[in-house]
Ligand binder design. Structure first.
Ligand code: FCB
Length: 303
């Protein structure tokens, strides 16, 4: 009797703990989309009362950055004392830790905004510090209709390039995004700001040129003449993520490129980017990219 009880209880707890596989949300405009990609972009056309007319609410931010341009109508960002309104020509930059709470402004019939969600390259760090921040959200107001057209075109180009079916579409879209960020940097007076600390830049270079080996933070710090804790602090402050996280990003970016552009076996690619254990490599890859390395290779190879 006793045994039966234990059996029934165990079975019951296993069954009730089994996660129900929910269907994946494939539309980034709707709640539930995972954003487990390095770049995705689009336009959110919100009309009063329609299906997209809700507040986008991400209280803990996102893994990546978002740049957002209002092209029509009015948006309401944040709530309470920090609430502010955006209109055509307003650009916003949300870093990963910023709270997202926005939607159509109450007195507007619509809010159309273009956006790009992205995981930045390390050397973009200087271009990702924007002026006029409210709760970490940077803001730039474009100066004239010509600039608004120019930026509208840049956003559209990123979206279109990314959708093209060709092996390098993501790299080309990242390249266009880089241009967009440089233009943002150029049109504000930020271009006069102090650039990234050379020791942090050097650390990035050392890490990128030795992705296949495991350099410790202590060894890295020694090479750039800083203490490990000072380097870790400076790195996070200037790059926006920890050293370990950044290196993992670079490893996955490199692995994606090798999977796409070479016939090298998955295990060899894993080793080249620092994962000697293929299973572990596949696990990290899947966690970061959403699919396994071989699935990624299949989906990313030219038709
Ligand atoms: C969409 C939102 C857009 C932006 C992207 C990342 O669902 O409509 O504003 O936040 O997600």
């Amino acid at each position: 009797m006793q045994n039966d009880d234990i059996f029934t209880k165990t079975l019951f707890s296993v069954l009730s703990n089994m996660k129900k596989e929910l269907p994946k949300q494939l539309n980034p405009l709707l709640p539930g989309y995972a954003f487990d990609v390095f770049l995705v972009s689009g336009m959110t056309p919100i009309e009063k009362g329609d299906v997209l007319d809700f507040m986008i609410d991400r209280p803990t931010g996102m893994k990546g950055f978002i740049i957002n341009l209002t092209v029509k109508g009015k948006g309401k960002i944040l709530s309470g004392a920090d609430e502010f309104i955006v209109e055509p020509g307003d650009l916003l930059l949300f870093p990963p830790e910023a709270v997202h709470y926005y939607g159509r402004a109450d007195d507007a019939d619509s809010w159309y905004h273009r956006w790009v969600y992205f995981r930045p390259r390390a050397y973009w760090a200087d271009w990702l510090k924007w002026p006029d921040e409210v709760q970490k959200i940077g803001r730039i107001r474009l100066a004239n209709p010509q600039q608004v057209d120019e930026f509208d075109g840049l956003f559209l180009e990123i979206e279109e390039k990314h959708k093209e079916v060709r092996p390098m579409s993501e790299q080309l879209a990242m390249n266009l995004l880089e241009r967009l960020l440089i233009r943002c940097y150029e049109i504000t007076s930020l271009a006069d700001n102090v650039p990234m600390d050379p020791r942090v830049l050097e650390a990035c270079q050392i890490l990128s040129s030795s992705l296949s080996i495991e350099i410790s933070i202590e060894q890295l710090a020694e090479q750039v003449f800083l203490s490990p804790s000072r380097l870790a602090h400076l790195f996070r402050e200037q790059v926006g993520v920890s050293i370990v996280r950044w290196r993992e990003d670079q490893r996955i970016i490199r692995a994606k490129l090798l999977l796409q552009t070479t016939p090298m076996p998955v295990a060899v690619i894993g080793q080249q980017v620092g994962y000697d254990d293929q299973l572990y490599f596949s696990r990290v890859f899947k966690k970061r990219v959403g699919v396994s390395p071989s699935e990624y290779r299949k989906s990313a190879s030219p038709l």
